[in-house]
Design a protein around this ligand. Structure first.
Ligand code: ADP
Ligand code: MG
Length: 497
């Protein structure tokens, strides 16, 4: 029998606010246990929650970026369950009226992993995105025979992003998770750090015989915080369900955990349904009202998206698609490229395609290699966009050869040069200026010809190689500072006289 796999995602993206969703406590990662838990997070009697405006704005930004409906009025609800890391006995979330509804996210599925006839691009429906607070964490200290509770995470703002069951393979699911991750990071609403738990996915998986209209019973695999485990878990879980049904069993709706060591999913608990949670509107919080002017204010802060940026660069600067994709790998990298272009424009009145492409090549080549070697991000790059722009201008106007420019680049990098004209300074100090004065070159060429009569003879006898030997002599005589193209031209002209 042919089976179809159906997948839906519930992703918790930690919002990048400085303080928590309903209290002023810090959200900084890595503090000692309970150093960042205030009276509200501890659920002491008499305290009241106040919604964090910055968290709401990040949710609006996400809604705008996914073409969703932003609810003019949404409601915070209490979701009840009992667990030691939840001192209130309920989590504040949103249930019936989430802040964001009916969005879409377009994903690209890599061609080689494409499942069957699936198209390269696919639009995934985002059913909803709602604000909720995170819970604390139980610490089971080894050897002390006791457990502790750390409430630093309690109250951390999360945006839970829920898709419709629109994905049909592990490859599609992975493409979605990566696209969503890239989007929230690009928007700057989440730092995307998966190791620190800033981006966690619960993946719902079901299977059905191909052609059957009704959905099969799903299992939810909780807390997948690496792309690799996500892909494995989906494959393993789909296989488990198919085998179970083919052997005459039925899938129970439940929450499962993925064990990467044993490459299997294991039942964790039966799935609660909404009734178990006894949701009701939180009487301590007024409904969240978002008027049109607030939405417009947030819209003004929407960054340009990578697709649009790539299309613009390809049209305006003649960049290839692959290069444009490289430079939009992150927002700071894209911003650096734009800053180089802006510097060139300021210097020259405009930025032509030649230098714009040169800038792209230098960033993808030399600059990225150097960042990798030093293990730093573009934000910490010791060469500023303005400094790079000036170096590129010197290559373009023939002051330095490409080879000498690399030398200048490395010197600037090592020096952590601060002066904007570092390139000119280094070119002068190291004597890297290219000789392109025709008169000076001609006399060097004449000397070379006089000193190498054998090569001249061979060239005249039709030996092409002899020409290269003569070019080599000239380059040597100028210590590599002649413009090779110009040497070629002048030498040819001289020999043909
Ligand atoms: P609940 O209210 O029980 O949390 P939802 O309807 O909100 O259920 O769905 C939770 C997630 O499960 C969504 O991402 C949804 O797309 C997905 N989902 C629902 N039904 C199925 C199914 N049969 N197979 C796979 N995923 C499903
Ligand atoms: Mg749900």
């Amino acid at each position: 029998m042919n089976w179809e796999i159906i997948i839906g995602f519930e992703t918790h993206a930690q919002l990048s606010t400085v303080s928590k969703l309903f209290s002023g406590a810090s959200t900084r990662f890595g503090a000692l246990p309970n150093m960042q838990a205030c009276a509200v997070d501890l659920a002491l009697p008499g305290v009241l929650p106040v919604a964090n405006r910055g968290a709401v704005e990040r949710a609006i930004l996400f809604g705008l970026a996914t073409d969703a409906t932003i609810a003019a009025q949404s409601v915070f609800a209490r979701k009840h369950y009992f667990y030691p890391d939840l001192p209130k006995g309920y989590q504040i979330s949103q249930h019936e009226q989430p802040v964001v509804r009916d969005g879409t996210l377009t994903i690209e599925i890599p061609a080689q992993e494409k499942a069957g006839q699936a198209a390269d691009q696919k639009t995934v429906r985002i059913a909803r995105a709602h604000l909720e607070e995170d819970a604390g964490k139980s610490l089971h200290e080894d050897g002390t025979n006791s457990s502790g509770i750390d409430l630093n995470r309690a109250g951390i703002p999360l945006l839970e992003i829920v898709t419709e069951p629109d994905l049909h393979s592990a490859a599609e699911a992975l493409a979605y998770a990566k696209a969503l991750h890239a989007l929230v990071v690009w928007l700057g609403i989440c730092d995307g750090n998966m190791q620190e738990g800033s981006f966690r996915c619960d993946v719902n998986v079901s299977v059905r015989p191909s052609g059957q209209p009704a959905l099969g019973t799903r299992c939810e695999i909780k807390n997948l915080n690496s792309f690799r485990f996500m892909e494995e878990a989906i494959q393993v879980e789909a296989r488990r369900q198919i085998k179970l049904i083919e052997e005459g069993g039925t899938v129970e709706q439940e929450t499962r955990l993925y064990d990467p060591e044993r490459r299997e999913t294991r039942a964790m608990r039966n799935k609660e349904d909404a009734r178990d949670y006894r949701y009701f509107p939180d009487p301590d919080l007024p409904s969240l009202v978002i008027d049109a002017s607030w939405v417009e204010q947030v819209r003004a802060a929407l960054p340009e998206f990578p697709d649009a940026m790539r299309a613009r660069w390809m049209a305006q600067y003649g960049l290839g698609r692959a290069d444009a994709r490289c430079l939009t790998a992150s927002r700071p990298l894209a911003a650096y490229y734009e800053a180089v272009i802006a510097s060139v424009s300021a210097l020259q009145g405009a930025c032509d395609q030649e230098i714009a492409k040169m800038a792209a090549n230098w960033m993808i080549g030399e600059l990225s290699a150097q960042l990798n070697r030093d293990g730093i991000e573009i934000d910490a790059c010791p060469i500023s966009p303005a400094q790079l722009a000036r170096l590129l201008a010197r290559i373009q106007d023939g002051t330095v050869s490409n080879k000498a420019a690399k030398d200048v680049f490395h010197q600037m990098w090592e020096d952590k040069a601060r002066d904007v004209d570092a390139a000119d300074r280094i070119i002068a100090v190291k004597g890297l200026k290219q000789i392109s004065d025709a008169g000076a070159l001609e006399s060097i060429i004449d000397t070379a010809l006089a000193e190498n009569p054998k090569s001249v003879e061979e060239f005249r006898a039709g030996k092409a190689k002899a020409f290269n030997a003569l070019v080599g002599q000239v380059m040597k005589a100028t210590r590599g500072q002649a413009n090779p193209q110009q040497v070629n031209q002048l030498l040819k002209a001289r020999l043909e006289q």
